[in-house]
Ligand binder design. Sequence first.
Ligand SMILES: Nc1ncnc2c1ncn2[C@@H]1O[C@H](COP(=O)(O)OP(=O)(O)OP(=O)(O)O)[C@@H](O)[C@H]1O
Ligand SMILES: [Mg+2]
Length: 404
Amino acid sequence: MEPFSRDSDIFRSEHVLRDSYTPDELMEREEERQDYIQALQPIANASVPQNIFVYGDTGVGKTDATQIVLGELKDATEEYDDVDLETIWVNCRDRSSYDVVTQLVNTFRSSSEEISSTGHSTSRVYEFLWEEIESCEATHVVVVLDEIDSLGEDDSLLYQIPRAESIGNLEETHVGLIGICNDFRYRDGLSPRVTSTLCEFEIRFGPYDADELGAILEQRADEAFYPGAIDDGVIELAGALAGQDTGSARHAIDILHKAGTLARRQGASEVTDDHVREAQRLVEESVIEQELRDLPTQSHIVLYAVTALEKADRAPARRQEIYGIYEKVCGQVDATVKSERTVLNRLNKLAMKSFIETTDDNQGKAGGRRYEYSLNIDIDLVVNALRADDRLRDATAGPSLAEE
Ligand SMILES: Nc1ncnc2c1ncn2[C@@H]1O[C@H](COP(=O)(O)OP(=O)(O)OP(=O)(O)O)[C@@H](O)[C@H]1O
Ligand SMILES: [Mg+2]
């Protein structure tokens, strides 16, 4: 194909398959939608809002459902003179409670009056927030905090906001909190003073089954692809593959999107089952690569040591051998050398995540048990992920440390 000629056979609107796209209507989530409507009803009644805790695995529609239902509530309340609703949305990923409160304050302010994310005491920043909320036009402010599990133990915000009316002496404005979370264990770890208010109303989003994913994919495919570029079998297969694996709509949509791009790249006129299977493999690889990248540097160094031994054909290797290379890498990248026991712990954690394979090389009574370690995933995936770690980039470019 000529560069930049229109690749018009496959995608009609590719952006519909991107994560940033929110459909107008959620498929297969009527029960959760009804729960949400019930939980938010007090706002439509101009009464005191309830706090809502929404949880479920990644990619099951929590964020989009919340956006859609709040949009519906906003439209409905336009009709009522005694309700003026303001919703504020903050994603907590990689943020502390302090950063989030600062951002909440700034959503009420013009850019010239924004406060900086340092320089005020925490209690002062909360006071700013109560002042802003009290003086805003709205009768009801709903604060949505998405991905609250990344706040970790720093959950003061989840205590303060549901109590805004009493702590901040608010007289004019009602405040409600919606907390969204994809790690249910996080709820169990919250302090009881937080759970007792935040979890007034809980809504659980379960994983989707293959049929539900099929319906979600069909809705997207109708908009995203040209008629005839994709058939029902392809959608069914993509739904089944994601259904068996994660039950995540994001995963299913990613597979379909990737299958479409493969078909386009090959100049095919339609997406086939083979494209879907190849797409599934590629999506899985990119998930693994992301998980590898997200590991801390010390784990990267341990992985690097095992990779070097693999390259030198010395794997599976015993932990002493790995430790020897590990020490050299630490020297090279100027990292603290941890004890052999700590490195062994890291190796075992990597094995638990299936990145490393452990074999039991039983030497009989005399030799006792000894374990050997090797990579359990494609070496290129590991090397790519390690290259993305700034501290290891130069080391991975150089000659292998195990070939001596
Ligand atoms: N029921 C549904 N109907 C249509 N699209 C859906 C549905 N559920 C999820 N999706 C789509 O799947 C993707 C992931 O959904 P969403 O972002 O809402 O997941 P999430 O539960 O918030 O995940 P995370 O915990 O990772 O933030 C989005 O593109 C969304 O539009
Ligand atoms: Mg989300």
